[in-house]
Every structure is written in structure tokens, then in C-alpha cells.
Design a protein around this ligand. Structure first.
Ligand SMILES: Cc1cc2nc3c(=O)[nH]c(=O)nc-3n(C[C@H](O)[C@H](O)[C@H](O)COP(=O)(O)OP(=O)(O)OC[C@H]3O[C@@H](n4cnc5c(N)ncnc54)[C@H](O)[C@@H]3O)c2cc1C
Length: 499
């Protein structure tokens, strides 16, 4: 069986990529060496920006219906609340952290994939591959040990932190492993612990965080320094002792379904593209769970790559477009690694003076509305942007909001035929959308009509009046132009086709 794109690995990132590719009419094959999906809760949060991108694929509601809406995060110091961030500040249709175990996320993605006509091929392992510049030829092995050679135009390595593809390419995975062990427990908790907020406790001997999963079930994590023996999972009694020492008073943990130790790795590839091979998700970056950005960043790698591969594969854009994948996503990876690392180090401060200063600063600053807004925008990933991308341009007369490279918010629009629609609905087919706000829609040159659809609105929230906006298929603004003069946009699109 041949496909245009071979995806190695059916974790959340590989399945997101396969789904987005399929929705954009790309032939995709996805192979997974494991016999079954994970049954572990692992990544617990889907943040608003990821939900928006799932909305473009038409499937956000199935995730929202299966998850728990969490309204905020609080940090408790010694005896009092230091920080309380309210996710209702998120300027999105999804103003909450959606708590949903990774096992459920994967099940829903696999269901969506099956509905789109793609079956995950389980117990099929990618063993090796060659890239001759025109195609990738991969060697696969199935559960019975039968080997097969298959060719594809592109290989997407979504094969996790121990990526076979990354090893085969000999790519350095630069970074560190933090010198501290962590305890992880999925338990029921009785007592006064809100199940619609994240609770993080900064204590002199370390940090304890409790994330609601649903009902009275919580994920608890806590750092324990260098533990003498991490070969055995922690006991419930050890978890309870950590909760008693660091958590709110009167909590009782019971009925664990998962007890484990882990260490934090902070590693990243420099370049996410090597010839016809792209790396995404944990295969390209791993970081601290602080901020719960790991899986979300990986899924957003997938959305970024999918539309570019689809346009190139369908002959609508030059292959040079594919270089922007690594430029954009590697920069985001650096930023996420930096932010998650800082959050972890601040939480783990041991020096008493530094801790006191930290607590004072956190309590004072986080009460300032702009600071709380910044914290919420960062956690929810609504502030991620590609301002410095080779794809972002700011011609004379460009809008101030959104700026080139920023998220283009969903908005009520009229499609070219006058029917009422929304930006996300139009983006679903993988084309750019040219929105005219408070300006007459320009005629799209015939040669560009396969690449872009038109829409207009008298006014739109988050968009300056009297401008034309070229929105990328992943809902970021490529560029804008003053109303009545869309020439710069057509020149930009022409370059994308011809580069
Ligand atoms: C204990 C634990 C707790 C975590 N908690 C959080 C959290 O709270 N928040 C958060 O954001 N993240 C968390 N993570 C990280 C999160 O789980 C990952 O970021 C996420 O799973 C990455 O998805 P992925 O698809 O890139 O990789 P994976 O989920 O690792 O999927 C890769 C897939 O590729 C398959 N594969 C590997 N090699 C091959 C091959 N050669 N051929 C075919 N298939 C192959 C694997 O079997 C696997 O199914 C946690 C991880 C762990 C282990």
C-alpha cells in the first residue's frame, strides 16, 4: 500500500497529523508499533488554542463533551493564596482548561480518524528508511514478523521521545535531565480540594500539584529530590505523606490507578525537517510538565505541518513552503522549553530568602490584571505567534490587530456567496481565507482560486476596520493590507505558488 504521507507513531501527535491531512484530502498511512493505545492519563490538559485548531477540523465538540472544564489555577504559599489565575480571561470560545486524560484524547482521535476513513495500523513498526530526494522508502515489520517495503512522498516522525527516526538520522537531542525525581499518582481525593481548578502548592521542601481529572479523581505530582530507589513505584502511603506535608489540610487519597516516578527531560532538536522527513511532537522536543504544554505543542506542530504538506502535495504551493515548518515550530519549541523550565525552577526554589522574595512578587504581581492576563494568555497558548516567520509580512498600510504572524481569532463572516459562516468553518478545507472587513472584497485572480477563498464582514471582533486579511489554514495571519488595495496579498500568494 502506498500513501503520500507515511506517519510513524499513533500517539496524539501522529493521529492529529493524520486526521488533518486526511481532512485536506491527502492520502495518509499511519503505523504504530504498539498493540493498543495507552491506558494512562499522561497529558491531562487540552488548552484553548489546541481546541480552536481542533474546531477547524470540525471536531472540538467531541473533546469538549468528553472533558471537564477547569476555570482557573491557584498557587498556595505557606498558609495563603499567592496566585489565582482565571481562565475566563482567555479571549476564545473555549475559556477554560479542558481536563481530559490522554487515553481519552487518543481514543477520540482514533475514532475521528476512522470516521475520516483512516485506520491506525497497529503492531506495525517502522524499522528503517531511505530518502532518495524524490521519495522516502520505509521498511515496516508487522506483528507476525513479516517485513514490507513501502514508499511515500514524505515521512512524518511522530514516534515519541525515543524516536526511531531521530536516532536513524543521528540527530542530537540537546538538553538536560533535571537532577530531581518526581512522584506521580492518579488517586481519588476526599476533602476540600476544588475539582474545577488546578491547585499548586509551593512549600519549603518542594512543590505539590493537584490536577482534577473528573469526579473526585486527581493527578498529584510532587518533587522528591534524588530518590534512593525509583525502580519501584511510590506507595499510596508515600503519596499521602506528601499531601499531608505540602497540600491543603484534611485531604485523604485512596484508590490509586497509577503510581509512578518520573524525571524531567528538557531536550529539543534544532531542525525539525531533514529532506523528506519531518519530526513532530515528543520526537522533536520534550520538556517539563509545568504548564502542561507537551502534548499541546506537539498537536500544534501537527496542525502547522498538515496544511503545508497538503498544499504542496496537491500542487498548489511550492515545496519551499515546507521549510517554514521547522523555522516556525522550532522557535515555538524553544519558547515552550524556556517557559516550562522557568516555571519549574521557580517552583523548586529552596533558598529561604529567594522563596520569600518569589512569594511576595507572585502575590503582588499576579493581582495586577495585565499580569494575570499575560499568565492566562501564555498558559492557554493563545499568545503563540509567528511574527518572525519567513511567512509573515507587514506591508505598508497593514493592520495593527491582528498583526502579521498572530492568531487570527474566529469571527462571524459572510462567505463569497453571501451565506453566513465563521472563519474556522471556512478554514476547514485547508485553503487560505481572504477576509475583507469594512471593505469591498477584491476579485481573487483565477490562478489563485484553488489556494484561497474569500469572505467579508462589516466588522469583526479582533480585526481593524477597512482592511483585507490573509488568514493561513491554521488561523494565523500571514499579512494584511489597507482596504481597497489587496495587491500586496496577491503578490505574496503568487510567491508562495512560484517560489
Ligand atoms: C508519565 C507521563 C506523564 C505525562 N504528563 C503530561 C502532562 O501532564 N501534560 C503534558 O502536556 N504532557 C505530559 N506527558 C507528555 C505527553 O504524554 C507527551 O508529550 C505526548 O504523549 C507526546 O505525544 P507524541 O504523539 O509526540 O508521542 P507519544 O505519545 O510518545 O507517541 C509516540 C507513538 O509512536 C509509537 N512508536 C515509537 N516508535 C515507533 C516505530 N518505530 N514505529 C511505529 N510506531 C512507533 C509509540 O508506540 C507511541 O505510540 C506525560 C508523559 C508521561 C510519560
Amino acid at each position: 500500500m502506498q500513501a503520500q504521507v507515511l506517519v510513524a507513531g499513533a500517539g496524539p501527535v501522529g493521529m492529529t497529523l493524520a486526521l488533518a491531512l486526511r481532512r485536506q484530502r491527502v492520502d495518509v498511512r499511519i503505523v504504530e508499533k504498539a498493540a493498543a493505545r495507552t491506558d494512562k492519563s499522561k497529558a491531562l490538559v487540552i488548552w484553548p488554542r489546541t481546541l480552536e485548531l481542533l474546531d477547524i477540523q470540525g471536531c472540538a465538540p467531541v473533546f469538549v463533551d468528553a472533558g471537564l472544564r477547569c476555570g482557573g489555577a491557584r498557587i498556595l504559599g505557606e498558609g495563603h493564596e499567592l496566585v489565582h489565575a482565571h481562565f475566563s480571561r482567555a479571549r476564545s470560545a473555549y475559556p477554560y482548561a479542558l481536563m481530559i486524560p490522554q487515553s481519552a484524547t487518543e481514543a477520540l482521535l482514533e475514532q475521528q480518524l476512522a470516521q475520516a476513513g483512516v485506520q491506525v495500523e497497529r503492531q506495525v513498526e517502522l524499522l528503517s528508511f531511505t530518502d532518495d530526494g524524490a521519495r522516502v522508502t520505509a521498511r515496516l515489520r508487522d506483528a507476525d514478523g513479516r517485513e514490507e517495503s513501502t514508499a511515500a512522498a514524505w515521512l512524518a516522525a511522530c514516534d515519541g521521545a525515543h524516536s526511531t527516526v531521530r536516532h536513524a538520522l543521528g540527530l542530537p537531542f540537546d538538553g538536560d535531565t533535571l537532577a530531581s525525581d518526581w512522584v506521580l499518582a492518579d488517586v481519588l481525593i476526599d476533602g476540600e480540594l476544588p475539582n474545577d481548578e488546578l491547585t499548586i502548592c509551593w512549600r519549603p521542601d518542594g512543590v505539590l500539584a493537584c490536577f482534577p481529572i473528573g469526579g473526585r479523581r486527581f493527578r498529584v505530582i510532587a518533587d522528591v529530590g534524588l530518590a534512593p530507589d525509583t525502580a519501584e513505584p511510590p506507595t499510596l502511603a508515600q503519596v499521602q505523606a506528601l499531601i499531608d506535608r505540602r497540600g491543603p489540610k484534611g485531604l485523604r487519597a485512596h484508590d490509586p490507578v497509577w503510581l509512578n516516578h518520573f524525571r524531567i527531560n528538557e531536550r529539543k532538536l534544532k531542525d525539525y525537517r531533514h529532506g523528506r522527513v519531518f519530526l513532530a511532537g515528543d520526537a522533536a522536543h520534550v520538556h517539563s510538565p509545568a504548564g502542561g504544554q507537551g502534548m499541546n505543542t506537539g498537536m500544534q506542530d501537527a496542525f502547522n505541518l498538515a496544511w503545508k504538506l497538503a498544499l504542496v502535495q496537491r500542487g498548489l504551493a511550492s515545496p519551499a513552503l515546507l521549510d517554514s515548518y521547522s523555522a516556525e515550530r522550532s522557535a515555538i519549541g524553544d519558547q515552550v522549553l524556556r517557559n516550562a523550565g522557568q516555571m519549574t525552577r521557580v517552583a523548586l526554589l529552596r533558598n529561604r530568602l529567594l522563596r520569600e522574595l518569589r512569594d511576595l512578587a507572585a502575590a503582588a504581581l499576579s493581582r495586577l490584571p495585565p499580569v494575570e492576563q499575560h499568565l492566562v494568555d501564555q498558559l492557554t497558548e493563545l499568545d503563540l505567534h509567528y511574527a518572525h516567520s519567513p511567512l509573515s509580512a507587514t506591508p505598508h498600510g497593514a493592520s495593527r490587530q491582528p498583526a502579521a504572524g498572530s492568531r487570527a481569532p474566529d469571527a462571524a463572516l459572510n462567505a463569497a456567496d453571501g451565506s453566513a459562516t465563521r472563519l474556522h468553518a471556512l478554514l476547514g478545507d485547508g485553503r487560505f481565507v481572504l477576509i475583507s472587513v469594512g471593505a469591498a472584497s477584491p476579485a481573487v485572480p483565477k490562478a489563485l482560486q484553488g489556494l484561497v477563498s474569500g469572505a467579508h464582514a462589516a466588522q469583526a471582533d479582533g480585526y481593524d476596520d477597512a482592511h483585507h486579511y490573509l488568514v493561513r489554514p491554521d488561523a494565523y495571519l500571514a499579512l494584511s493590507a489597507r482596504g481597497g488595495d489587496a495587491k500586496a496579498i496577491f503578490v505574496w500568494l503568487q510567491r508562495l505558488v512560484a517560489a
